[in-house]
Design a protein around this ligand. Structure first.
Ligand code: MG
Length: 446
């Protein structure tokens, strides 16, 4: 049931009330019996799914703290700082409006581990015994979880410096879960803000909630039009944040991670290490090295990155999709703090575009090749054998490093295909190597 980001599906099709109710019971068995916090994004179906999950939780004797509509990192912060046994976020993040999802949060505020998710799946299959009528749980509405989250972010950045700098930004909330918290954050930081798509609306009338360049043309134009120093946009549940420079250029997630890592290497005390995945561009690694830090790489997945950050004592980590984790706040992707830290970057260093222009240049080609599920491990083994003279890394799929670049082959967890990433400083090398590996996959599979 659980994919990389919880349970997802089209509302009233796969993800209907009956499923949500049963999942609520299963969550109660695994994360209960203490109280569970619940929150949701702005989707049309979110009230319905939240009510059903709540009913399932209460039927098992679990009390529910209903935080209402807040970003995912806000409920994670609530769970981390309150005496509750876990949390449930009703969201499908960046998916189209017809989708919704159920995401589970451990007692420490981090995303549930695969073990916890498997336990919930097992409990879902059981005939669970509900409690007798006098022990049914209660639901309490909690106000102010969003503002408490915002206040915690404000306490983590240099607010005096930001206030003195008279910064102007454009924010695109995508009609999602950040519509209250992110404008409030900017107000508390004394930042002048133009807000786009700032009304909660589950039909997403502005644009789809995936913060990719094709959805953010209005943001890019507005930044230039109003003369802002920065633009930023969240996905539907605001655990991610991507940026637009003062010249209206969209900055992909890896560029945002590079700039925030530079800031962190220069301002954070303690270990100068950034954690990301084997799929991250060497552009970011070079930028971190230039700032006096090192990069540790893990398998793909933000909970894996977060765990490694804890083990290593690294102050920052993240992936190239705008999901950035800051150890001094919480071990989960945090779109609000990412935005606040980038505003601090502007206050400290000025032009974002100048810093982007100074970053090393790499070309990364992302392609895919068909591979039946039952041939995936055979393909990895054969490919590893064929390239045994190169440097091989098996952290996630197969990464082959050459003197002038690398190739990563990752089996898709949900589809019969391999993702193939090819990177080099030389665009021609990146491209031809990508084509070469697509061909090699086809040859191996006959
Ligand atoms: Mg998200």
């Amino acid at each position: 049931m659980f994919g990389t980001n919880g349970i997802r599906g089209v509302a009233n099709q796969y993800l209907d009330c009956e499923l949500a109710l049963k999942v609520g019971k299963a969550i109660a068995k695994v994360l209960g019996p203490g109280p569970i916090a619940i929150a949701m994004d702005t989707r049309v179906s979110s009230d319905m799914i939240r009510s059903a999950v709540s009913a399932g939780l209460m039927s098992m004797g679990v009390d529910v703290h209903n935080l209402g509509m807040v970003p995912t990192p806000a409920i994670q912060y609530y769970v981390k700082t309150h005496d509750v046994s876990g949390g449930v976020m009703i969201t499908a993040s960046h998916n189209p409006p017809e989708f919704n999802g159920i995401k589970c949060i451990s007692a420490d505020g981090t995303e549930c581990s695969h073990e916890e998710e498997s336990a919930i799946e097992d409990a879902y299959e059981e005939e669970l015994q509900t409690v007798s009528w006098e022990r049914i749980g209660k639901e309490t509405s909690i106000d102010g979880a969003g503002e408490a989250y915002v206040d915690a972010i404000v306490s983590k950045v240099d607010t005096d410096l930001i206030r003195r700098s008279n910064i102007k930004v454009v924010l695109d909330c995508a009609n999602g879960a950040s519509v209250h918290t992110s404008p409030l954050l900017l107000e508390k930081l004394g930042v002048q803000a133009v807000v786009l798509n700032g009304v909660a609306d589950g039909m997403f009338p502005g644009h789809y909630s995936e913060p990719v360049e094709e959805n953010l043309s209005e943001l890019k134009e507005e930044v230039v039009k109003v003369g802002a120093q920065l633009g930023f946009a969240h996905d539907g549940d605001a655990d991610r944040c991507v940026f637009v420079s003062e010249t209206g250029r969209y900055l992909p997630g890896d560029v945002g991670l590079a700039l925030l890592s530079i800031l962190c290497m220069e301002t954070a005390s303690g270990k100068k290490e950034v954690v990301s995945t084997v799929a991250l561009s060497n552009m970011v690694e070079d930028a971190i090295n230039d700032a006096g830090g090192t990069l540790a790489r893990t398998a793909v997945g933000s909970p894996i990155v977060a765990r490694r950050m804890m083990e290593d004592g690294a102050p920052i980590g993240g992936e190239d999709n705008g999901g950035i984790i800051f150890a001094d706040h919480q071990y989960c992707r945090d779109g609000g703090l990412a935005a606040a830290r980038m505003i601090e970057f502007v206050a400290r260093y000025g032009s974002v575009q100048e810093h982007v222009d100074a970053l090393p240049k790499y070309t990364t080609i992302k392609s895919a090749a068909f591979c039946p599920d039952d041939k995936k491990s055979y393909l990895v083994e054969t490919m590893a054998r064929n390239h045994s003279s190169e440097r091989i890394d098996r952290t996630d799929g197969l990464k082959i490093s050459f003197s002038d670049g690398w190739v990563l082959l990752r089996p898709s967890g949900t589809e019969p295909k391999f993702r193939i990433y090819s990177e080099s400083k030389d665009p021609e090398v990146a491209r031809s190597r990508s084509e070469q590996f697509v061909r090699e996959v086809a040859d191996i599979l006959g």
